[in-house]
Design a protein around this ligand. Structure first.
Ligand code: PEP
Ligand code: MG
Length: 901
């Protein structure tokens, strides 16, 4: 039988898998000697055992009793003792933070007798009855399943009857009456009486918290955050301390640095005479910590000292929840705090400067995903006019969308493809689906540590909160700004989570400070901290990484930008993109050519245009490799739509006229070339093998561009890549043709043209016969888009919209395999091809140019698989550089890297 309960004094921070983050960190604070109310933690194993079998594991309650006795004797009081009750809180605490997603029950131990004892012992009758009504309310809804709205309704009725606007004005007698009403309500709705036994209250609360692991919102949150469903939650049971005992009490949350910007110095919110959940709920507006310094300088000084202790100990930004009970400070929770992307970079660099962490650890503390967020555009406010309102900049970024006023509407509109901004007075965990669906979240109440702010920051979603100038009317589905402007549901608003400003209409976007820096090395004032940190950490990553980073670029402009972003070459130039626009008709002419002469003419017209493109790209990437892929898509993609043509021809015939000759001819060609499944049809190397002259024209254009650049004094390094090879024989024939043309151009020009010839590995057969293929290939580049498509049998253009959301819901995979490489399947093929390719040709250069080349998790895989480079879109190049550096460090780290969720 395992051990299911640990006293706070028995745990440590590295026991989060067993004790949950909350339990492990409470234990750590206890060990550090910080003032933590005593308590104990029921393990995640206990939760899993309960959820698996539907009954509590043997020995659980006797262990709980033993630990409870220890807490009772330390307090000198018993749980629910009639004359002076010890009260408990029961809270969830999973291994990974899931803010507000599971249940909490406070004030356990109160009943009809002990409420009187609490009133006497605290000398505050109102407080005692208020605590009791909170217990009945929380227990009633969470444990006994009574609709929370019933309690809210009864409370509202009482306030109306007494003619008072808020709960604070209700007297002790009012609250005692409310307790009766609540208890009756519980009985009526659940058929059961509210349990008077403190032990039963405790037991049922614990089980309800276990069960809340499988609650709908918890599941949704885990799916979004890629947290496994089988971890279970721990439960902490802790002596209650009270922040609502009068003006010398209060509750707050604090961060060791500003979690939005990373600015050093304490940051937080305080709410005098309130319990912790009032702070996070954003129901009353909090005051900044500086106000606590004025109200209670001693507690403030102690709090500051504890926060310094925690930050030095954890060597990271910490956030805490604290309560002051009649002048005594208590620490109720700590964890390494969630932060914005901007703060993540700034803080990592600061901690390295302060010597708290090594430069390599600073690099490990930031992620490519965060860097990508910093590269998103910002609002160009020079033409935006005055904002409608300003709130707190809680989670940065710029987003515009139609204002919506509840979660369901947000989800409904987002499903229909509309961009929305969720506007609420404050959010609760029930708003999670709407927050996920929305581009931005805007609230009129609550601080930077309110639910809306914390959850939005965690999701990297734009958020402005505490916009007090907004009167939000959920019923009428509108809000009114301070200047009287009314915004009805559906009107577009633009939300700037970096400044807190909210504008009417769509504000145009401009480059972020990080993009400006990457483009030209300049940085603007406000973001200097984060931008400077990005520059430093990118340099560190470059020094650490083994993987080279190239870009997928089809134009000189893209190639030049990619180079400014740090690309070390072009890993994929898709030549077919050069056949679009006005040139499409030339391809059309080639397809329709009736004889060799016509075909030659069409190809000759294309040649100089392609040569021009290649010259530009080789110039932009002078001295660096440029992998040019021969044409890949089926040719009918360059012809007009079959249905349009058929309609045009039929319409002409219906009017008794002859259709235009060209249309008829085209329709003929389109019908001839039509494929049921073009992704598996005449494309890739197959085209080059059956369409005469096509490969020769492309290779000539490349070779002539190389000659030009060489004559101009450049150092062109073109490489020629053959797509969709499945058998070495295909490559052998194609390669011979490529080399014939290269030799021809060398001879004609007198300039020797050497281009390595390689292939994409994007079919399972290519991966499985990689040893053979390597005989003919000087390099491999994994086309993981097609390789994913062909390995899974997923049509890459169809499946994401058709059923991926169902697959994600059912947990068949936790991320789309087109976004993050499927290591077990596609990854295995990659490893086979790397091993067998290198065995046949030890100097084989190997890269990847599918979308996965810019995906952080996949970059780590490619590093581990021994690739030489990744290639991705220009905007992902900095992300890939950073992740390649992190992957190299992780590999040398003994721990072998981050937690697998
Ligand atoms: C691939 O298949 O991964 C690839 C890069 O080629 P494309 O996306 O052009 O098919
Ligand atoms: Mg491909």
């Amino acid at each position: 039988m395992g051990r299911y309960v640990y006293d706070f004094s028995e745990g440590r921070r590295d026991m989060a898998a067993l004790l949950g983050g909350k339990g492990a960190n409470l234990a750590e604070m206890t060990r550090l000697g910080l003032p933590v109310p005593p308590g104990f933690t029921l393990t995640t194993e206990a939760c899993r055992a309960y959820l698996d079998t539907g009954s509590e594991p043997a020995g659980l309650w006797s262990a709980v009793s033993a630990h409870l006795s220890a807490v009772e004797s330390a307090a000198g009081r018993l749980l629910g003792q009639a004359d002076d009750p010890l009260l408990l809180s029961v809270r969830s605490g999973a291994r990974f933070s899931m803010p507000g997603m599971m249940e909490t029950i406070l004030d356990i131990g109160l009943n009809d007798d002990s409420v009187l004892g609490l009133a006497k012992a605290s000398g505050n009758e109102r407080f005692a009855w208020d605590s009791y009504r909170r217990l009945v309310q929380m227990f009633g809804s969470t444990v006994m399943g009574v609709d929370a709205g019933c309690f809210e309704g009864a409370l509202a009725e009482l306030k109306e009857a007494r003619g008072v606007p808020d709960d604070v004005r209700l007297t002790a007698d009012d609250l005692a009456e409310l307790v009766e009403t609540f208890k009756e309500l519980v009985h009526r709705e659940s058929g059961e009486y509210f349990p008077q036994s403190p032990a039963e209250q405790l037991r049922r609360s614990v089980l309800a918290v276990f069960q809340s692991w499988n609650g709908e919102r918890a599941r949704l949150y885990r799916r979004r955050e890629h947290i496994a469903d089988d971890l279970g939650t721990a439960v902490t049971v802790q002596r209650m301390v009270f922040g609502n005992l009068g003006p010398d009490s209060g509750s707050g949350v604090a961060f060791t640095r500003d979690p939005a910007t990373g600015r050093p110095g304490l940051y937080g919110d305080y709410l005098p005479d309130a319990q912790g959940e009032d702070v996070v709920a954003g129901i009353r507006n909090t005051v900044p910590l500086t106000e606590l310094e004025r109200l209670d300088p001693e507690s403030h000084a102690r709090l500051s000292a504890h926060l310094r202790t925690l930050e030095r100990h954890y060597r990271d930004l910490c956030d805490i929840e604290f309560t002051i009970e009649r002048g005594t400070l208590w620490m109720l929770q700590t964890r390494v705090g969630k932060r914005t992307a901007e703060a993540a970079f700034a803080i990592a660099a600061q901690l390295a400067d302060e010597g708290l962490i090594a430069p390599d650890e600073a690099l490990a503390r930031v992620s490519g995903e965060q860097l990508a967020r910093l590269m998103f555009p910002r609002f160009d406010t020079s033409h935006a006019g005055e904002p409608l309102v300003r709130g707190l900049p809680a989670s940065p970024g710029a987003a515009a969308g139609a204002a919506v006023f509840d979660s369901a509407e947000a989800v409904r509109r987002a499903k229909a493809g509309e961009k929305v901004v969720l506007v609420r007075q404050e959010t609760t965990p029930d708003d999670l689906p709407g927050m996920i669906a929305a581009q931005a979240v805007l609230t009129s109440r609550g601080g930077k540590t309110s639910h809306a702010a914390v959850v939005a920051r965690g999701m990297g979603k734009v958020c402005v909160c505490g916009a007090e100038g907004l009167a939000v009317d959920i019923g009428e589905r509108r809000f009114t700004a301070a200047d009287g402007t009314v915004v009805q549901e559906g009107r577009i608003v633009s939300v700037d989570g970096s400044t807190g400003a909210v504008y009417s209409g769509t504000v145009p976007l401009t480059d972020s400070a990080v993009i400006r820096f990457l483009e030209d090395g300049s940085a603007d004032g406000a973001a200097t901290g984060a931008v400077a940190a990005v520059a430093r950490l990118l340099a560190r990553a470059d020094a650490a990484r083994r993987l080279e980073v190239r870009a997928n670029a089809d134009t000189p402009e893209d190639a030049a930008r990619a180079r400014r972003f740090g690309a070390q070459g072009v890993g994929l130039c898709r030549t077919e993109h050069m056949f679009l626009g006005e040139r499409r008709t030339l391809v059309e002419a080639m397809i329709l050519a009736r004889d060799e002469t016509e075909r030659e003419a069409a190809l000759s017209a294309l040649l100089p245009l392609q040569r021009e493109d290649f010259t530009g790209i080789l110039e932009a990437m002078d001295g660096l490799p440029v992998t040019i892929r021969l044409i890949d898509p089926p040719l009918h993609e360059f012809l007009p739509d079959r249905t349009d043509l058929a309609v045009r021809v039929a319409a002409a015939r219906a009017q008794g006229a002859e259709p235009a000759a060209h249309d008829a001819e085209l329709l003929d060609a389109v019908n001839r070339m039509h494929e049921e499944n073009p992704m598996l049809g005449l494309r890739g190397v197959r085209l080059g093998l059956v369409v005469p002259g096509l490969v020769a024209m492309q290779v000539r254009a490349v070779a002539e561009a190389v000659v030009r650049r060489t004559r101009a004094g450049g150092s062109p390094r073109a490489e020629i890549m053959v797509p969709l090879v499945g058998a070495v024989e295909e490559l052998r024939i194609e390669r011979a043709e490529v080399e014939r043309v290269l030799a021809e151009v060398s001879q004609e020009s007198g300039v020797p043209v050497h281009c390595p010839v390689g292939t994409m590995i994007e079919l399972p057969r290519a991966a499985l016969t990689a040893g053979r293929i390597a005989e003919e290939a000087e390099f491999f580049s994994f086309g993981t888009n097609d390789l994913t498509q062909t390995t899974w049998g997923f049509s890459r253009d169809d499946v994401e919209a058709a059923f991926f959301s169902a697959y994600l819901d059912k947990g068949i995979f936790s991320a789309s395999p087109f976004e993050t490489l499927d290591r077990d399947g596609v990854g295995r093929l990659v490893r086979i091809a790397v091993d067998e390719g290198r065995a046949a040709r030890p100097d084989l250069k190997i890269g990847v140019c599918g979308e996965h080349g810019g995906d952080p998790a996949s970059v780590h895989f490619f590093h581990a698989a021994g690739l030489d480079y990744v290639s991705c879109s220009p905007f992902r190049v900095p992300v890939a550089r950073l992740e390649a550096g992190r992957a190299a460090l992780e590999a040398t780290d003994e721990g072998g890297g981050s937690d697998s969720r």
